[in-house]
Design a protein around this ligand. Structure first.
Ligand code: ADP
Ligand code: MG
Length: 240
């Protein structure tokens, strides 16, 4: 299958710290690529340099449908269909749920206000956010619904490739189940997903392939069952 998103030799250092080291991967349309690794192994930095939010790679290429995008600006990459969520809480607590998503839509889409508002409402619906709570102030929502607002903010860009950074952290098992259903629904609509997740049952259940980073380096990749049984992967987790 043709790659939708591909990375070649991606690297990023912070001073003397090599956060991402010469990473190659490719992901096909409708595929879920899981990304695991201990804390500080470079997972979020990889999302940052793929989307240029907030910074670019030092070296390497990113290709979308075979076209290099690493020289484009962050909003151009988003418009081409690569959207991401953040590991840290990124909702504006004093804005309503729909205004949070609208802000994301206005940041990345060309549409007028009405079109952007429609996209925001559609994105909340797609994320499974309750229709009755669109106007609720985000800061008053429970963590699960704030997470859905974050995901909807990415979905409002109508992405082809969605990068999810630890969507299941601090959720209950029932809520994690709903994240799993949501990912399955998005994939069913043809979306391609990169998923960083510490909740291994979720990661192994939804990922077609898994890659594991350690100290910024790709130490294993392949089918989830093979990867989590890989001695180098077990060592990376136990060694911390
Ligand atoms: P992960 O998401 O796998 O937990 P990160 O990508 O957040 O890891 O971080 C990888 C390494 O890069 C860590 O050592 C982290 O401290 C460092 N790092 C990440 N972002 C920055 C930054 N903006 N400035 C300096 N160091 C950073
Ligand atoms: Mg991270």
């Amino acid at each position: 299958m043709a790659a939708v998103l591909e990375a070649r030799g991606l690297s990023k250092s912070f001073g003397g710290l090599q956060a991402v080291v010469d990473i190659d991967f490719s992901v096909a349309q409708g595929e879920v690529l899981g990304i695991a690794g201990p804390n500080g192994s470079g997972k979020s930095t990889l999302f940052n340099i793929l989307t240029k939010v907030p910074f670019a790679a030092d070296r390497g290429a990113v290709l979308l449908d075979g076209r290099p995008i690493q020289r484009l600006r962050a909003h151009e990459i988003a418009r081409l269909g690569v959207a991401r969520t953040f590991q840290r809480e990124s909702v504006f607590p004093s804005l309503s749920a729909v205004d949070n998503v609208l802000l994301a839509a206005e940041g990345a889409r060309r549409g007028n206000f009405a079109a952007n508002l429609a996209a925001a409402e559609q994105a909340l619906d797609l994320a499974g956010f309750p229709a009755t709570l669109h106007n609720m102030v985000a800061g008053q929502l429970p963590v699960f619904l704030r997470k859905l607002v974050m995901i909807a903010s990415a979905l409002a860009l109508q992405p082809r490739v969605l990068l999810l950074d630890e969507p299941a952290s601090s959720l209950t098992p029932q809520e994690i189940e709903r994240i799993r259903d949501l990912i399955a629904k998005l994939v069913g609509e043809g979306m391609t997903i990169l998923l960083i997740e510490h909740v291994l049952p979720l990661l192994t259940a939804v990922s077609d392939r898994l890659m594991v980073l350690d100290h910024g380096t790709l130490i294993a990749s392949g089918l989830p069952a093979d990867v989590i049984a890989n001695p180098a992967v077990i060592e990376a987790y136990l060694g911390r």
